[in-house]
Each structure stands twice: as structure tokens, then as C-alpha cells.
Design a protein around this ligand. Structure first.
Ligand SMILES: CCC/C=C/C(=O)SCCNC(=O)CCNC(=O)[C@H](O)C(C)(C)COP(=O)([O-])OP(=O)([O-])OC[C@H]1O[C@@H](n2cnc3c(N)ncnc32)[C@H](O)[C@@H]1OP(=O)([O-])[O-]
Ligand SMILES: NC(=O)C1=CN([C@@H]2O[C@H](COP(=O)(O)OP(=O)(O)OC[C@H]3O[C@@H](n4cnc5c(N)ncnc54)[C@H](OP(=O)(O)O)[C@@H]3O)[C@@H](O)[C@H]2O)C=CC1
Length: 294
């Protein structure tokens, strides 16, 4: 059984070993909480998406993960099985490509049945000053984060409705209404995702589909290190690691987030425990947004 905040395995790379740990508590949900439910997690082979796939699996769901890399997906299948003792299924899919997304829907349906839970976690990012932002750069991120989220969710609409308890969860970013300096493309995409979520919640509530957004604060995954900060640090003495350690002191709860912090919120919001919660953006950031002023 995995736990929330499970320490990284001995084989983990430097980025994982430097990840700050949550308080270690037993997996808090019943293993039958999501029994008979089928879940799809985009970007589910790494970082936060992998933790979400593990947590949904542990809560009893049948989970399909997807990303562009077949290699990473195969490794993730093994990792989920190792951590949970249960299988997941995977299919490469670029969320920007409509044909890929249609294949994904057919694959999920054939292997597991109608999806009741869709987690839009796939995203792309790179630092670029706003005045240098080309149309191609803007589109690369909007297509992945925003169009991908819309496209995947819409493809599964009939499935979500047919289950009678559909749940869409999209991963945003905490305090996005303040902008995202250096990443204006990702900030715009994530802000739009919060609006999409509210529209879906209103339009699809009568169909029994809930739609919510989770907005994490900083979670030092390998993806963040590689795409936003350069190479992962080689040791805790590395300047990047030191900067993160300092950043953690600004957080009221005095630590950065872990993928498991976000995954626990996903399991709760996906389940009937949250059966009357829809259209919300839940911030998961240790209180960091409270320090940013009015
Ligand atoms: C607090 C933290 C919050 C959030 C965290 C995360 O999201 S973590 C998630 C982190 N995970 C990830 O990010 C996942 C991995 N990321 C990726 O796969 C890529 O970043 C991608 C999907 C954006 C590439 O999309 P693609 O194959 O369509 O790209 P392309 O090659 O066709 O280029 C299109 C245009 O984009 C530009 N441009 C592109 N890349 C860079 C760059 N590195 N550098 C600079 N610029 C870049 C470039 O201008 C190019 O136009 P040009 O100059 O040719 O006219
Ligand atoms: N870590 C953090 O501090 C924060 C993260 N977030 C959000 O959390 C989510 C997960 O981030 P994190 O785990 O840190 O980073 P990762 O880089 O580990 O996760 C991003 C995932 O998206 C997948 N992906 C990227 N582009 C595509 C695409 N076109 N089609 C399908 N899959 C794609 C990647 O897989 P592949 O390359 O194989 O396609 C990767 O698995 C993202 O939505 C991110 O914006 C939000 C706030 C803070």
C-alpha cells in the first residue's frame, strides 16, 4: 500500500530525492471508494500525473494513463503496479491531436468501459518573456494545456454522462489570476481552464457530470526542474535546490508540495464524497497564495 507522501524509492533520481516530503500518513481512502469506475489521466506517466494514477488505482478505479512517450508510459505501468499491486493501462496520445484523442477514447472504452473520471493533467511549459513570445510559442502551450483539456474532455462527454456520476478534474495553477510572469502563455491557458471548468459545471450538471479544477502551488517535480529551471540539482547543496528550500520558508505550512498532496485532492473530488461539489477551483498550495497580499 502506498502512503500519502511516500518517501522516494532508492532508485529515484536526484529531483525525486530532493522533493520535500509530506507528513507520511496511511492512504486515507477506502480501496473500494472508486470501485467499478474507469479513470483517464493525461500526462499520467510522470510527476503529479503518476501520483494521481497511483492514488486513483489504490482507491479502486481502473486507470488508463496517456502521454506522448510510449517509453515513459511503459515505465509508469510498472511503477504503478510496483506501488499499488494493481495494473494500469496506457496508450500514447498527443492531446493536441484530435485523431489521437479519438483513439484514446476507443481504447479506454474497449479495455475498461465508459470513463467516469477524466483528469486533465498534461501540460507544457517554457520560460519566455512576453515581448519575445512568438505566435508559435504561444500556440505550442495553448494547444497542449487549453485545447488539449477541451479536446480530451469533450471526447469523453458521452461516456461521462452515461455513467451517471461523471467527474472532470483539470489541473490549473494557484493564484493564476495574478498572471504567471515569464510564462504568460501557460498562465493564460490555466486561467481559461478555470473558466472552462465553470462552464462545464453549469452546462453538464443536469447530466450528472461534475467539473472541478485543482490549482497547485510549487511542486518540484522532475518536469518542473527540466522545463522551468534547467537540469535537476545533483545534491541538496545545489543553488537551485537551495533556492527551493528558501522558497519553502515563504509557505505558511513551511514546505513545498508533493505530487501526493495533489493526488489526494483528486481522489476526494473524483469520488461521491464530493458529490455536491462542482464548478470550484481548489487551491492546493500550503497557503502560499495568502502571503501574496490582497
Ligand atoms: C509553478 C509551475 C507551474 C507549471 C508547471 C508545468 O507546467 S510543468 C510541465 C512541464 N512539462 C513540459 O513542458 C512537457 C514537455 N514540453 C514540451 O514538450 C515542449 O515544451 C512543447 C510541448 C511546448 C513543445 O511543443 P512543440 O513540439 O509544438 O514545439 P516546437 O518545437 O514546434 O516549437 C514551437 C514554438 O515554441 C517555442 N518553444 C518550444 N519549446 C521551447 C523551449 N523549451 N524554450 C523556448 N521556446 C520554446 C519556440 O518558440 C517554437 O517556435 P519557433 O522558435 O520554432 O518558431
Ligand atoms: N509541478 C508544479 O509546480 C506545478 C504543476 N502544475 C501542473 O501539474 C501538471 C503536472 O505537472 P508536473 O507533474 O509537474 O510535470 P510533468 O512534466 O511531469 O508532467 C507533464 C506531463 O504532460 C505530458 N504531456 C506534455 N505534453 C503533452 C501532450 N501534447 N500530449 C500528452 N501529454 C503531454 C508529459 O508527458 P510526455 O512528455 O511524455 O508527453 C508529462 O507527463 C501540469 O498540468 C502542470 O501545469 C501546476 C502548478 C504547479
Amino acid at each position: 500500500m502506498t502512503v500519502v507522501g511516500t518517501p522516494a524509492p532508492a532508485s529515484a533520481g536526484p529531483a525525486e530525492t530532493l522533493e520535500p516530503r509530506a507528513m507520511t500518513v496511511p492512504f486515507p481512502f477506502s480501496p473500494s471508494l472508486l470501485a467499478e469506475r474507469v479513470a483517464v489521466v493525461t500526462g499520467g506517466a510522470t510527476g503529479i500525473g503518476l501520483a494521481i494514477a497511483c492514488a486513483l488505482t489504490e482507491a479502486g478505479a481502473s486507470v488508463v494513463i496517456t502521454s506522448r512517450s510510449a517509453e515513459r508510459l511503459t515505465a509508469a505501468e510498472m511503477e504503478v503496479a510496483r506501488r499499488t499491486g494493481r495494473p494500469v493501462w496506457s496508450l500514447p496520445c498527443d492531446v493536441r491531436e484530435e485523431d489521437d484523442v479519438a483513439r484514446l477514447r476507443d481504447f479506454v472504452s474497449a479495455r475498461c468501459g465508459a470513463a467516469a473520471i477524466v483528469v486533465n493533467n498534461a501540460a507544457a511549459n517554457f520560460r519566455m518573456p512576453a515581448e519575445k513570445m512568438t505566435g508559435r510559442a504561444m500556440r505550442a502551450v495553448l494547444d497542449t494545456d487549453l485545447l488539449g483539456t477541451y479536446q480530451v474532455t469533450r471526447a469523453f462527454f458521452d461516456d461521462l454522462r452515461s455513467t451517471g456520476h461523471g467527474s472532470v478534474l483539470s489541473i490549473g495553477i494557484a493564484a493564476v489570476e495574478r498572471g504567471f510572469p515569464g510564462y504568460s502563455h501557460a498562465g493564460a491557458a490555466k486561467a481559461a481552464i478555470a473558466s472552462l471548468t465553470a462552464s462545464w459545471a453549469s452546462e453538464w450538471g443536469p447530466h450528472g457530470i461534475r467539473a472541478n479544477c485543482i490549482a497547485p502551488g510549487p511542486v518540484p517535480t522532475k518536469g518542473v526542474w527540466e522545463n522551468m529551471l534547467g537540469q535537476p540539482p545533483s545534491s541538496a547543496a545545489d543553488a537551485g535546490a537551495q533556492a527551493f528550500a528558501q522558497y519553502a520558508q515563504a509557505v505558511p505550512l513551511r514546505r513545498l508540495g508533493t505530487p501526493q498532496d495533489v493526488a489526494a485532492a483528486v481522489v476526494f473530488l473524483s469520488s461521491d464524497l464530493a458529490g455536491w461539489i462542482t464548478g470550484v477551483t481548489l487551491t492546493v498550495d500550503g497557503g502560499l497564495n495568502l502571503t501574496l497580499g490582497p
